[in-house]
Design a protein around this ligand. Structure first.
Ligand code: SAM
Length: 390
């Protein structure tokens, strides 16, 4: 299961397909490649409802089958689908292999399932309680030239309709719907469900959980990470630190930020809805089976995930890091960087770096003459393992 080249989002092809699917689904005659003013307004209204997860009366959509409302499902297809697909493309790139058999749970219009296909997955099952959402996703993916297997599955009530094990199981943007945090016992139920999913992985398989970067959800994912790690579950990404989450201990957040392509319609929806989002922001976690090992990094070397954007301080630009030996802070004492530390000038939140010969004082690292900074895993790429057979 070697990795293929990273796929491009190909939104120039996909956006017209989405608009066409939206138009057929809504059965509103009009131009095939754009929305008319009234249509656009109704999509923006629905995007705002989906974002707030409330209906027009201010009632929560959580716990309701809101995709049975065509306006909401249509707006999801034109906006959130595009974001979630790009999130999927980025994080699925961090698997150490190309997944062959994939199960996407609470798949909606299947943007994560499609992202897995774009990464080379051959047998992809999308499941959801809402068949219309699945079929709409399958239609889009079909017009793109792929085929997607869809199955209705109300996943807390019924047995999984797909047999066997999976190289990748995906749960995207659904934790709060499956296990609302105002429901008694939600955390135990969530953890039991996740455990069941881990049992359905192939020996080298991974479970991918993606959700919003907002604080409550971010903390929920970080807590889940701590629970899993304490139970012996290895993390594939983003953490290389094997102890309790340092961000959570400090009551701060730790989420991923990735570049986002913004087709015209997406930009227009954001502008009209007052959504200020220049990049993809998400909480995510990729874990292996409990009986698998953590990724094998070279022994005796220190690796760090960049967990903040550049922070301007009295001591120049600095980054927060979370690494094999815990939380650190990186800056520089050099005005000009030689080739060995030039990478500092281009660091991106989410990259995995290696630091050698820096000036180290407690958790503070400073780049000096002779320091080496190397990018060990670029955004959307897996960590390089010592004993990996690639
Ligand atoms: C926010 S959408 C996310 C869809 C897709 N994963 C994505 O990221 O775009 C949440 C999905 O979870 C589904 N869902 C909620 N509760 C469910 C349940 N108990 N069983 C199956 N699907 C459920 C909804 O129908 C909806 O499609």
């Amino acid at each position: 299961m070697k990795r293929k080249k990273a796929p491009t989002a190909d939104l120039e092809t996909i956006m017209p397909i989405l608009i066409g699917a939206w138009r057929r689904f809504r059965q509103i005659p009009g131009p095939p490649d754009r929305l008319q003013t009234r249509e656009f307004r109704s999509v923006v209204d629905a995007v705002l409802k989906l974002q707030a997860k409330t209906d027009e009366k201010g009632q929560s959509l959580i716990g309701t089958d809101y995709f049975s409302n065509p306006e909401l499902l249509g707006a999801y297809l034109l906006y959130f689908w595009v974001l979630h697909y790009q999130e999927g493309l980025s994080v699925i790139g961090e698997l150490p292999f190309t997944p062959r058999r994939v199960l996407d749970i609470c798949s909606g219009g299947a943007p994560f399932a499609f992202a897995a296909q774009q990464h080379g997955a051959l047998e992809v099952y999308a499941t959801d309680q809402n068949v219309r959402a699945l079929e709409l996703g399958a239609q889009v993916i079909g017009r793109y030239g792929n085929s997607l297997a869809v199955r209705k599955w109300t996943c807390l009530k019924e047995a999984c309709p797909v047999e066997g094990t999976f190289d990748l199981i995906i749960l995207g943007h659904a934790l709060d719907e499956l296990f609302p945090d105002n429901q008694k016992g939600w955390r135990d139920q969530q953890n039991t469900f996740i455990q069941k999913l881990l049992n359905r992985l192939t020996p080298q398989g991974c479970l991918l959980i993606v959700d919003s970067s907002q604080e409550v959800m971010n903390h929920r994912i970080l807590q889940l990470r701590d629970t899993l790690v304490a139970a012996g579950v290895p993390v594939q990404a983003p953490c290389v630190w094997k102890g309790d989450c340092v961000a959570l201990k400090a009551n701060s957040v730790c989420y991923a930020q990735r570049p986002m392509e913004k087709p015209y319609l997406l930009k227009e929806i954001q502008r009209a809805a007052g959504i200020n989002l220049g990049s993809l922001k998400m909480s995510y976690l990729i874990v292996r089976r409990p009986d698998a090992a953590w990724p094998q990094l070279p022994e005796g070397e220190k690796f760090y995930r960049i967990i903040s954007p550049p922070v301007e301080t009295h001591h120049g630009t600095r980054y927060y890091l979370c690494g094999t030996d815990g939380k650190k802070n990186l800056g520089t004492r050099l005005k000009l960087h030689p080739a060995s530390s030039k990478a500092f000038e281009y660091l991106k939140r989410g990259e995995l770096i290696k630091i050698t010969n820096a000036l180290e004082q407690h958790h503070i690292y400073d780049i000096v003459e002779g320091t080496q900074i190397t990018i060990e895993a670029a955004l959307g790429k897996p960590v390089k393992e010592v004993y990996h057979d690639d």
